[in-house]
Design a protein around this ligand. Structure first.
Ligand code: PGA
Length: 229
């Protein structure tokens, strides 16, 4: 046991995460670092499209992201749930409504993430699969900007529950009860196929698969209550 620990407790580890994973990734790294203080950790935070480039260029050890790419050959393993929800400012007319039909939601303007965002892709796919298109409002490259914009009344948006923990707690945003939501996505740990993982990378992979879900703040998913009790 001591020998294998020694082997792991050195070296460098580069992890790249989607901007949405960033809401809990530093917490994971902090715990991992305490366990393996000799490993030098580097974190890259970016959107889905850039993560795919990093995988393609073999530029990082491990990636934590939404849907794994199809254009690069990768190994991928699910490590956690990633529900997407519709958010609105607390004073929005639809806040507090039950079972809002998708056709009603499609009349609203949506604040969009940039092209290349996995969240944006999932959101567009979600509506397209149901024969609906959404009205694009302002576009922005950060989850933080999207949340501020929604709060300021620029439109609704679809975001990962993991990005709005604090806003829900302080009631700066509310989750709307929309038909077919939450969109139940998952997080994946991804690396290039055939990549030889270093001992540090292997240790991190095991850590994420075994413990990430319980470390990332437990999120209270919006419960669907049947209309008739
Ligand atoms: P992104 O990440 O929207 O920042 O690209 C989220 C995802 O890929 O799910």
């Amino acid at each position: 046991v001591m020998e294998s620990l020694k082997g792991v407790n050195r070296g460098r580890l580069q992890v790249a995460v989607a901007s949405t994973v960033n809401y809990f990734a530093p917490r994971l790294l902090a715990i991992f670092q305490k366990r393996y203080p000799g490993i030098t950790l580097k974190l890259v935070v970016t959107n889905r499209e850039k993560l795919v480039h990093l995988l393609d260029g073999n530029a990082v050890d491990l990636v934590l992201m939404g849907l794994p790419p199809k254009t690069v050959e990768v190994e991928s393993e699910v490590f956690m749930e990633n529900p997407l929800v519709v958010v609105a400012p607390p004073d929005h007319p639809l806040a507090g409504e039950r079972d809002i039909p998708l056709s009603r939601i499609a009349q609203e303007v949506f604040v969009m993430r940039e092209e290349g965002s996995g969240t944006r892709q999932a959101m567009e796919r979600f509506f397209a699969e149901r024969g609906l298109s959404i009205r694009h409002g302002m576009q922005m490259t950060r989850n933080e900007a999207v949340k501020q914009a929604v709060r300021s009344g620029l439109g609704l948006s679809v975001v990962s529950m993991h990005t709005i923990e604090l806003e829900l707690e302080t009631r700066r945003l509310v989750v709307l009860d929309v038909e077919d939501f939450p969109d139940r996505r998952q997080w994946y740990l991804v690396y290039r196929q055939g990549k030889r993982l270093s001992p540090a990378a292997r240790a991190f992979r095991e850590f994420v698969l075994a413990e990430a879900a319980s470390i990332a703040a437990p999120i209270s998913f919006p419960q669907k209550t049947p209309a008739n009790g």
